[in-house]
Design a protein around this ligand. Sequence first.
Ligand code: PEP
Length: 253
Amino acid sequence: MTRSIRPLVAGNWKMNGLKADLAIAAEVAKGYDAGLKASVDLAICPPATLLFTATSGLIGSRIATGGQDCSVNLSGAFTGEVSAEMLADAGATFCIVGHSERRTLHGESNATVQAKAMAARQALLVPIVCVGETQGEREAGKALAVVRKQLKGSVPEGLDAASLVVAYEPVWAIGTGLTPTAADVAEMHASIRADLARIMGKQAAAGVRLLYGGSVKPSNAADLMNVANVDGALVGGASLKAADFLAIAKACA
Ligand code: PEP
C-alpha cells in the first residue's frame, strides 16, 4: 500500500448479473460499515444494463459504480455501443478500459484503449486503465517491457492523479486462481509508478491508485495488498459474492 493514497477496491462483474443480482450490491452496501468507509473506497462495475439501477440503489452508500468499457465515439451511428456520456448519465464514476478480455477478444490496441480513456475523461469519468502481460511474455522475461509499452500507448497525457486509475492484471492470473509472487507484484508496481512519472510527471504519478487484479480472493488479499505501490484491487469472480468482496475490502483497509 502507499500510505498517502486512499485504496480502491473495484468489482468487475463482467457479463454476469440480472436485476435479482443487485441484491449482491445491496449486501455489499450493508457491510460497508463506518470502519471500512473510513479507510477504503469501493466501486462496483456491473453490466451496462444494470448500471442505472445499481447506482440508484447505492445512493447514500458511498459506493461508486463504473462501466466495464466505453465507445471511443461520443455518439452517433454505432449500433450496440455505449458511450462514456451514457455511463456517466447512468451514474457511473469510473470506466474500466483495456481489460485483457477486450484487448484479446475484441482486438483492442493501445491506441484504442487510449481513445477510450480519453472519451471517459471527456465525460468526467475516471478511467481504470488495465495493463498486463501474458504467461509467455512473463516467461520470456518481457513482462516489464510489455506493460511499459501498454502504459505508454494507453494512458492519455495530461491527467492528474485523481483522473486516472491503473490496474495491473497479468493475463495469466485472471480467472485462473494463479497469482504472481509478492516480489513480482512489487517489481511491476514500482515499474508502473516510474513509467507513469515519465507520462504524467512525478508528482501526479505519485498519487495515482495502482490496483492489482487477477484471482484476488479473501485468502490472498492481505498478502497482495501489503505489497508496496499496491493501492487496491480490481476483483472479478470474487466480486460476485458480497462476503468475499467485503473481506477483500477489509484486507485493504
Ligand atoms: C478481472 O476480470 O478483472 C479479474 C481480475 O478477474 P478475477 O478476479 O476473476 O481473476
